[in-house]
Design a binder for this molecule. Structure first.
Ligand SMILES: *Cc1c(COP(=O)(O)O)cnc(C)c1O
Length: 224
C-alpha cells in the first residue's frame, strides 16, 4: 500500500470514530492529497490562502466531497481568496478578522464555521486569543452573524516534555467546558481542535474532537 494511505489508516485506527482527522497538506503537492483521498480522507487543512485556493480548484471535480479547513494566520485582505472553498476557519485570532469573516460571509450569502484560536503554548510568538479575550468575543457573539462559533483551536508548547503539553491541553479543555456551560445558546460550540503529529495521542486524552496531522501522514515538508 502507498505510504500516505498506510499512515492514514494507521492513525484512523487509533482515533475514536467521532474524532475528525484533519490531514494537514500544506506544502505537499496535489498528488499527495489524491493519495490521501483514495484512502478515504476528506478533510484537509491548509495554512496559506493561495495554496488552498489552487488546490481546491485542482481537486474540484476529481475529488468530490473534500472539505477544506483553513488553519494558518489569515490576513483580512485574503479572506475572499479562501471563503469560496473553506467549510471552516480554525485559526481566527482577532476580533478584526472575525468581523471581516462575518461581513464577507453574509455578502456571499453563507455562514462560515469558525474556531477561536487560543494561545496556550509558552511561545511568545504564537498567535491566538488569550483565554479572557475568548470570553469577551463570545459575550458579543451576536455582533458576528455571518459566522457560526464551533469551538476552540490550540497549539501546545513545542517541547518534548509531555507534562508541559498535558498542562497546555488541560487548560484549553477546561476552558472549553467552561464556555459550553456559560454559553448554552451557542449550540454548535462543540469542537476542540488540538493535537498535531507529535502530540495527538496526548490531545485525545484531553477532549480533542479534531486532530490536525501533517508530517505523520505526508512526511516532512520544506517550508516555501
Ligand atoms: C502545520 C500545522 C499542523 C500540522 O503539523 P504537523 O506537526 O506536521 O502534524 C497542525 N496545525 C497547524 C495550525 C499547523 O500550522
Amino acid at each position: 500500500m502507498a505510504p500516505i494511505a498506510e499512515n492514514i489508516l494507521r492513525i484512523r485506527k487509533e482515533l475514536p470514530p467521532e474524532v475528525t482527522l484533519v490531514a494537514v497538506s500544506k506544502f505537499h503537492p496535489v498528488e499527495a492529497l489524491k493519495e490521501a483521498y483514495a484512502a478515504g480522507q476528506r478533510v484537509f487543512g491548509e495554512s496559506r490562502p493561495q495554496e488552498l485556493a489552487d488546490k481546491a480548484v485542482e481537486l474540484s471535480g476529481v475529488c468530490p466531497g473534500v472539505e477544506w479547513h483553513f488553519i494558518g494566520h489569515l490576513q483580512t485582505n485574503k479572506i475572499k481568496m479562501v471563503l469560496p472553498y473553506v467549510t471552516m476557519v480554525q485559526s481566527v485570532d482577532s476580533v478584526n478578522l472575525l468581523s471581516e469573516l462575518s461581513r464577507r460571509s453574509l455578502e456571499y450569502g453563507r455562514t462560515t464555521d469558525v474556531l477561536l484560536e487560543v494561545h496556550i503554548g509558552a511561545e511568545k510568538t504564537k498567535q491566538g486569543f488569550a483565554e479572557e479575550e475568548v470570553l469577551e468575543v463570545l459575550f458579543d457573539a451576536d455582533r458576528f452573524p455571518g459566522v457560526r462559533f464551533r469551538g476552540l483551536m490550540g497549539m501546545a508548547t513545542n517541547t518534548d516534555d509531555e507534562s508541559v503539553i498535558e498542562a497546555d491541553f488541560c487548560r484549553i479543555d477546561s476552558l472549553m467546558a467552561y464556555l459550553k456551560d456559560l454559553f448554552p445558546e451557542l449550540t454548535a460550540f462543540d469542537q476542540l481542535s488540538i493535537g498535531m503529529s507529535g502530540d495527538w495521542r496526548i490531545a485525545l486524552r484531553h477532549g480533542a474532537t479534531a486532530v490536525r496531522i501533517g508530517t505523520a501522514i505526508f512526511g516532512g515538508r520544506e517550508p516555501r
